[in-house]
Design a protein around this ligand. Sequence first.
Ligand code: NPW
Ligand code: ADP
Length: 477
Amino acid sequence: MTPLYLSGALRKLEADHTGDNPSLMALAGAAIADWLLERYRGCRFGLLIGPGNNGGDALVSTRHLLDAGQAVHCIVPRQRSSGSPQDAALLATPGLQVSRTAELADCDVIVDGLFGLGLRTLDQSMIDWLLSVDALGKPVIAIDVPSGLDADRGIPKPYALRATHTLSMLGLKPGYYTAEGRDFCGEIHDFALLPHTAPRPAADAQLIDGRPSCTQLVRRHASHKGTHGTLAIFGGSTGMTGAALLAGRMAVRAGAGKVQLGVLDQTLGVDPLQPELMIRSATELQADPGLDLAVIGPGLGQSAAASSLLEHLLKSTLPLLLDADALNLVAAKPETRQLLRERTAPSLITPHPAEAGRLLGLSTQSIQIDRLDAAKRLGEQLNTSVLLKGSGTICADAAGLSINASGNGALGSAGQGDLLSGLIAALWVQGMPAIDAARLGAFVHGQAADEWRASNPNGLGLCASELIDPIRHLLNQ
Ligand SMILES: NC(=O)C1=CN([C@@H]2O[C@H](COP(=O)(O)OP(=O)(O)OC[C@H]3O[C@@H](n4cnc5c(N)ncnc54)[C@H](OP(=O)(O)O)[C@@H]3O)[C@@H](O)[C@H]2O)[C@@H](O)CC1
Ligand SMILES: Nc1ncnc2c1ncn2[C@@H]1O[C@H](COP(=O)(O)OP(=O)(O)O)[C@@H](O)[C@H]1O
């Protein structure tokens, strides 16, 4: 995992290095120019120079590009506030073309040094100007943050340039990886600027950017199905039995020792494609004393039977994963919510943003505006570990926050959440702590989708069931 820093921590780090020689800006400008020369030497560069330090980074890199004999055109849409002698000297450099309007059509590459961490909400004239830059369709290299994007939360304020590459200065930011960040940042490059040994503030979150360890799952010789956990999955009401089947099939293939489905639709007797699944009525299964962990939610519905099943499980001492309609029932009924809060056994909830909104009494949009904060608040208010789904899935427990870097928009299809709940529960029942199972499950689910996307570039038509075997393969690597 790689640390992520909110802008407050980065400001503090910057302040700790104010008197450094060379300055952070000098280091940033040189690193940006080196990167540009490696990729785009010989191109005509159009640099957007903003009024603060983001623009300062761009100006320093301009000097390096000119020294390297490159054709550079600077656009300064607003007066730089510092107006320092260094700025004046840079802007007067022979060979440098400067204008205040978007004379960018002749450039091959646009370097966005307008606004970074110091962004405030854009006014309409700036939005219009950025729209005209986007409309040119040129590659955009963003310095630190694509202009207009909130680096902490991954949302445009209210518009942002869409970058092809983002060159991150000093530390990676959560907003690159969650909400809309991935669509705005393009490929992200980490320019740490400081030596690895330099003291750093505590990270605000961690990025899950590689597969978390699976070693504790590796099968010992003297093990048997009982040591690999007995998992119950409750759901599958009429018309939604497929959700329970998806979760169950995934759980079997992710290594759970025994998987039992407790379904509300009594007509489902066997899964011919996964005959290892034991299918029983929910009422019968809930009384089974041999269970190690339960999932409730896939295809559950919100009937009276679903509600009383949920209450029974919340009162039990079983570790419990709650998904889908189990979450909607918690949101709708204060007494059910209270049961969740009072649990002493571990719980994990896996809401998508709309379910998270219902649980917090907020709109879906309010959740998406600050996903890290929403995940943290859900955990605190409901006394549970949390996995908040969506682009940049967030895992939260009392120990902290992490953001999953894998996955893509092809996962936006019904059934993927059911698959994920079966996967996480299977890892959890085999002995991983809930939050580790959530991180590993989210990562390999996304990784399988990324591998699929590599040969299906537009991302259309990925079915949840197609990922079961690739996920099993990834867990065994
Ligand atoms: N800390 C670090 O990690 C490091 C920082 N570094 C670099 O510095 C960057 C941060 O620099 P920064 O603090 O000067 O902020 P920045 O993004 O240039 O913007 C502030 C300026 O923009 C203006 N402005 C803002 N919004 C506006 C709007 N909507 N419309 C119009 N104007 C607007 C704002 O005006 P004001 O609000 O003051 O009126 C102010 O003048 C950071 O992203 C990285 O590139 C690296 O060099 C080294 C490590
Ligand atoms: N753009 C995306 N990037 C990464 N993961 C995504 C993206 N879109 C959806 N997902 C993942 O796909 C799954 C969808 O789950 P959910 O919305 O609950 O679907 P359902 O309940 O219909 O099965 C979640 O794991 C979610 O995080």
